[in-house]
Design a protein around this ligand. Structure first.
Ligand code: IPE
Ligand code: IPE
Ligand code: MG
Length: 253
């Protein structure tokens, strides 16, 4: 993965000197509650949430973030009313078509993780096209988690590892963390440095369980449709002040 270095003048004043995370993952939650609070139907929240996706993606690319993973539809979100699912799939398709220009202008490489085969055929087709045209871009990687569940990702990885053990391609004694990483949906992705959850709930909701072992967590009560670049800056500043010890002790000790 190529990480774009951002010229100093692109970093806003409040972030000068801050450590920009290499990989940010976001649980974009609170669309429905936000809409209901305004007296609208839940789906209006999803529509407004798409504006936040645009702004946050652009800002992350500008700041020199290497990868942005957005949890857009979970494997458990199929439990929602069919009309909400249909709206979300329609919105996703529209987003994939409309944002292609923006993706190309910002040199973004687009990708997706999850059990993508279960998505509607027209969404899969737009995913394929956006991936294909942006494949050679060298800027930030934007990854949408769609029909994604972390346990499902581990199940899928274990099935493939099992098959490769059975066929003799993998020696069971050689199964280690690095090998498991190679069987995840995107083996190239570094672990997230910062995980943001909007909407105030302090839980992980089956997102990237393997990958967030040492990720810094940031939960904000701000609902996703209201999460804008100043909120992103706040999260990055907070991250920047933390000491990541990875089980060791402070350097000053
Ligand atoms: C997140 O917002 C978007 C998706 C899960 C698709 P929600 O729709 O979960 O909104 P709340 O949490 O009900 O407010
Ligand atoms: C997590 O939000 C999934 C996405 C943001 C796509 P949910 O709203 O589905 O999670 P729970 O139900 O609050 O755990
Ligand atoms: Mg929710």
């Amino acid at each position: 993965m190529v990480i774009r270095t951002t010229p100093k003048n692109e970093v806003p004043k409040e972030l000068q000197g801050a450590h920009i995370p290499r990989h940010i993952a976001i649980i974009m939650d609170g669309n429905g509650r936000w809409a209901r609070q305004q007296g609208f139907r839940r789906v209006f929240g999803h529509q407004s949430g798409a504006e936040s996706v645009r702004e946050i993606t652009r800002e992350c690319a500008r700041l020199g973030v290497g990868r942005l993973t957005l949890y857009a539809f979970s494997a458990d979100n199929w439990k929602r009313p069919q009309r909400e699912i249909d709206f979300l799939m329609g919105l996703l398709k529209k987003y994939l078509v409309q944002e292609r220009g923006e993706i190309m202008d910002n040199h973004i490489r687009f990708t997706a993780v999850g059990r993508l085969d279960a998505l509607p055929a027209n969404v899969m087709e737009e995913l394929r096209r956006t991936k294909e045209i942006s494949a050679a871009n060298s800027g930030m990687t934007l990854c949408l988690a769609l029909n994604y569940g972390a346990r499902q990702e581990l199940v899928d990885a274990l099935r493939r590892i099992g098959r490769d053990i059975k066929s003799g391609q993998v020696d069971p004694e050689r199964v280690d963390e690095t090998l498991i990483g190679r069987y995840l949906y995107d083996p190239e992705a570094p672990d997230p440095d910062l995980l943001i959850r909007t909407g105030g709930d302090v839980r992980v909701s089956n997102f990237l369980l393997w990958q967030i072992s040492y990720t810094e967590l940031f939960v904000t009560p701000v609902m996703w449709p209201e999460f804008k670049k100043q909120h992103l800056h706040e999260a990055i500043l907070d991250f920047s002040r933390r000491e990541r010890r990875f089980g060791a002790i402070a350097e000053s000790e």
